[in-house]
Write a protein that binds this ligand. Sequence first.
Ligand code: BGC
Length: 366
Amino acid sequence: MKKFTKALVALAAAGALMLSGCGTEREGDTGSNGDGGGFEKGALIGVALPQKTSENWVLAEQLFNDGLKDAGYEADVQFANGGVAEQQNQIQAMVTKGAKVIIVGAIDGSQLGTQLQAAKDAGATVIAYDRLVKNTPAVDYYVAFDNFKVGELQGTALLEGLKARKGGDGPWNIELIAGSPDDANSQVFFDGAMSVLQPEIDKGTLVVKSGQTTFQQVSTQGWKAENAQKRMDTIMSSTYSGDTELHGILSPNDTLARAAMTSVKAAGKDLPVVTGQDSEVESVKSIMAGEQYSTIYKDTTALVEHSITMVNNLQEGKTPEINDDESYDNEVKVVPAYLLEPKIVTKETAAEIYKDDKTLGPLTKG
Ligand code: BGC
């Protein structure tokens, strides 16, 4: 895994100039899509979302619909609950209807090349949203939270949680869970977490008792709770029978964290330290009740707002701002990215972090 280094925000302007392929930024130069003149207000903007595998996607649907309409566009926001083929058809339909920008949260980041190339050929700009689109030149921008950082924060939280809740210096028994292998984020989350955990595994502070440590062994097809739970059930009976304790679980998100906790409870064991991501309502309640140890706050409102800012820039014929031009190589090109900062949340920090969040803030009050 390449080292993840983030360009300074201050470099964004320089990056934007580089992208526009000329020395000065000109009004009417969209750089990447090359049509040079923006597009009409009121244009159609397509948003292709994946399956509803976590609350953030459901929230994004509403925010894109409202935000794009408020900004004066026609919005076509679609979920692809039926899977990859449905998402391919939806994107193709957006192209046919003349969408000027297509924002994509891919189910399978490697299977949209044909449809996104059709979008490019029709003059649309393609923005990968939250999940990178891979193996295609047909993607102009990426807007997401810093995924590697998410993983680092999860790894750090697991270690700190073990010290705080289980005490001593270890060794602690842990198990690892990763997200769906078709989502480009999953490997990045895992690599970020392992950058913190692997040195401790090497030192013997952490012991992965099942022996399952590769991404392939620990990934969860479709981000489905039942798949993670089934795997954990098997591990609990094969590895944690008798007095053997499980002290910690690296979980990549809240849905899978809750599934893993269900499995451990069913096995009649004490709850381990469990990480998460997304700040889902049920998990925030669990954290406040002292069960799940941590989650990650990725403010979906901010991510959608930034995506719509990019659409506005493109509409005006301007090059959207980026703050990272080196981290997201999709195997064909390095995709210019705008990355937002994720935040780690534990019971101790929840009230402060969610203080401005209308849904989550109240959950942290006594
Ligand atoms: C998102 C996570 C989410 C997961 C499952 C990932 O691509 O970044 O926030 O938990 O998908 O929906």
